[in-house]
Design a protein around this ligand. Structure first.
Ligand code: ADP
Ligand code: MG
Length: 342
């Protein structure tokens, strides 16, 4: 394709997620994993911190600084802040020289509007890319988790991220059908916050809720999930409170959101054409995204669908690894990406 030679200059792949941004550099692999969080000065919108540094500020900033997540439900909510974040990451991986403007392949959620798609291209250019190519996220996740997407065989990939759960059936390098649910990791955290409020009158922060989910949360009873003592604020007297939380409570808190995720998978299976659904029965369901690590989720999905369910090897890295494979072998995967240069 004219104007684009992926083998020239620095090619980088970006998984611009609601929760995390992962950067893959051609020939080097994944070089950066940071939360998609930016701290900005409220009045001037000046960027104060990006990524890990900014995440530590979430819920702890003084009035003059806001730590924000510029993506919401998989799409860009704050254009300038997203551009600033990407610019910071380009510099980190490619150096600040304009002679090293990267060629970027970036993913977009499947089924977003043309305007949202355009925003992702524009944001990548605005941040300093020399050229941008787009790839659909479920395809990247499927490639990254080792599925043979180019074959004439149906595969199901379920990507549970921060903002959305994306269920997709792929065949012959394309997406045959997909469903998206605005319930994923963040909603699980919110459900835990709401539960602690309702049951114990204690307000806990997002980071604490996420920690509970990761450390003692599970979707089915599991022996190795213990209890945890956390801190929050007592809503009755406004004072700091300590609370011993059991894994059973976290399971109960998350159960409604977990059901929604599994229902989404079941509905997609029901809508899958028969030839492809028999492939899925043979090949199983692949889980990707950070939510795939939720303890017991693979077993519960397998139990409720009757289909063998596997967690991808590095679920948080799947999309970026998939983009990386496309960068490293652009010839055979042509057609999966669309190109646009400055
Ligand atoms: P996105 O693609 O939207 O940026 P990710 O695929 O990076 O999202 O996944 C982030 C989500 O995964 C967060 O909600 C995070 O809390 C969740 N997550 C990460 N590790 C675990 C774990 N071990 N157990 C449960 N959830 C996890
Ligand atoms: Mg993702």
């Amino acid at each position: 394709m004219s104007g684009w030679d992926i083998h020239m200059g620095k090619s980088i792949g970006i998984d611009l997620g609601t929760a995390n941004t992962i950067v893959y550099v051609k020939g080097r692999g994944i070089v950066l994993r940071e939360p998609s969080v930016v701290a900005v000065e409220a009045r001037t919108r000046r960027v104060m911190a990006v990524g890990n540094e900014a995440k530590l500020m979430l819920g702890k900033t003084p009035g003059s600084i806001t730590a924000m997540r510029p993506l919401k439900d998989g799409v860009i909510a704050e254009f300038d802040v997203t551009a600033a974040m990407l610019h910071h990451y380009y510099n980190k991986v490619a150096g600040p020289s304009i002679f090293s403007r990267p060629r970027v392949i970036i993913c977009i959620p499947y089924g977003v509007t043309e305007v949202e798609k355009r925003a992702v291209q524009d944001v990548a250019l605005e941040a300093g890319a020399q050229s941008v190519a787009l790839i659909e996220e479920p395809i990247a996740a499927a490639i990254g988790s080792g599925l043979k997407v180019a074959d004439a065989r149906g595969s199901m990939i379920v990507d549970i991220g921060g903002g959305t759960t994306e269920v997709a059936v792929t065949s012959l390098g394309g997406i045959v059908l997909s469903s998206s649910l605005r319930s994923a990791g963040d909603e699980l955290d919110n459900a835990i916050i709401a539960y602690m409020k309702r049951k114990h009158n204690v307000l806990i922060g997002e980071m604490t809720a996420e920690m509970l989910k990761k450390n003692i949360g599970s979707v089915i009873p599991m022996a190795d999930r213990g209890n945890m003592v956390i801190r929050g604020r007592n809503l009755l007297n406004g004072l700091p409170a300590t609370l011993a939380v059991t894994s059973g409570e976290i399971r109960e808190a998350m159960s409604e959101q977990v059901s929604r995720i599994i229902d989404c998978i079941r509905t997609t299976l029901e809508n899958t054409p028969p030839e492809l659904s028999s492939d899925i029965y043979d090949n199983g369901i692949m889980l990707a995204g950070g939510g795939a690590l939720l303890a017991g989720l693979d077993m519960l999905i397998q139990q409720l669908t009757g289909i063998r369910t596997t967690i991808a090897k590095n679920p948080l890295d799947c999309v970026a690894m998939g983009i990386g494979k496309v960068i490293d072998s652009v010839g055979e995967l042509n057609g999966i990406v669309t190109f646009r240069t400055r």
